[in-house]
Design a binder for this molecule. Structure first.
Ligand code: HEC
Length: 282
């Protein structure tokens, strides 16, 4: 029961951080084309956000990561390696040796070598809960020295074989789900779903206070969110692609099931995009 509550909290916070685009999603299509999102982004006027920390606002890596589309070469890949003890142990070793220095022992993006980086290291314990296998494997393989990321994230395909890269995918997911205890080498926080949920509720309140969204929109957002949370609970394994893909897919499913209307889904996406453009979305 406790574990269930923990997972639900993670999902709750995960969806808030995920990104919305209005597009139709075709089943099993890993490379969506989304002209509406591209247009919206080109015309979006970034507003002053409340500054949720390094690398979170417009112009930081956050927007890029929300919008990223997995390239064809990686799209649709699924982890062939079971996240059993052996894989997690291998992943833990790789993580401690190569990743914790930037991403922190707990995977919250707060390792010592990451402190001065812009964009800051991603809180991968958290974000890996809402990103597809294909996205994670792509990013670990190719790093961040490219559009749209332009970051110090290292490309590991030359130094880690495929198995090692999949093991570390298993490990970072396990870090964020509380399945493993973080190492104690580099320092850094652990993923704390309760603190994360509080932060998100504060973000919504700030968005209303700043006039980015209306109180009614806050209610719509929260209500659709609760539905998303439910549908995600059963589907973690089927998620593919980046955050935008995941959110679009889950919303489409809720509409198909009659749990929300298309109008509510559209509103949710619109609110979500404004929160992101305002630099409020974590
Ligand atoms: C030199 C510092 C550095 C090291 C070492 C490093 N990373 Fe990163 N990583 C970053 C930065 C900065 C970002 C955020 C910018 C971006 O997405 O490119 C990032 C992003 C990522 C992402 C994308 C997450 C998201 O939310 O989009 C993944 C996955 C990732 N790193 C995994 C790893 C793994 C696994 C290792 C070790 C094998 C590692 N990183 C080592 C700096 C680092």
């Amino acid at each position: 029961m406790k574990k269930f509550a923990f997972i639900m909290l993670i999902l709750f916070t995960a969806v808030l951080a995920a990104c919305g685009v209005s597009e139709t999603v075709e089943e099993n299509t890993a490379v969506p084309s989304n002209p509406p999102a591209a247009e919206a982004e080109a015309t979006a006027v970034p507003r002053q956000g409340m500054g949720m920390g390094n690398g979170m606002g417009p112009g930081s890596g956050m927007m890029a990561r929300h919008r990223a589309v997995v390239p064809a070469e990686y799209a649709g890949l699924t982890n062939p390696i079971l996240a059993d003890e052996t894989s997690l142990a291998r992943g833990a070793e790789t993580y401690a040796n190569l990743c914790a220095t930037c991403h922190g022992d707990g995977g919250m993006g707060d390792g010592p070598a990451g402190a001065s980086l812009d964009p800051a290291p991603a809180p991968i314990a958290h974000t890996s809960q809402m990103l597809g296998d294909d996205y994670l494997f792509w990013r670990i393989s190719e790093g961040g020295a490219m559009e749209p990321f332009n970051s110090a994230m290292i490309a590991w395909k030359g130094s880690l074989d495929e198995e090692a890269r999949w093991d570390v995918v298993n490990y970072i997911r396990a870090l964020g789900s509380g399945q493993v205890t973080p190492g104690q080498r580099m320092g850094g926080a652990m993923f704390d779903p309760v603190a994360e949920a509080t932060k998100q509720a504060d973000m919504i309140a700030a968005a209303v206070a700043q006039g980015v969204i209306t109180p009614e929109e806050a209610d719509t957002f929260t209500a659709v969110h609760a539905e998303l949370e439910m549908v995600m609970a059963g589907q973690r394994d089927q998620i593919q692609g980046g955050m935008a893909d995941m959110q679009a897919e889950m919303l489409a499913e809720l509409v198909a099931d009659g749990r929300i209307t298309q109008e509510q889904a559209d509103q949710f996406n619109d609110i979500h995009d404004r929160l992101l453009a305002a630099g409020l979305m974590q």
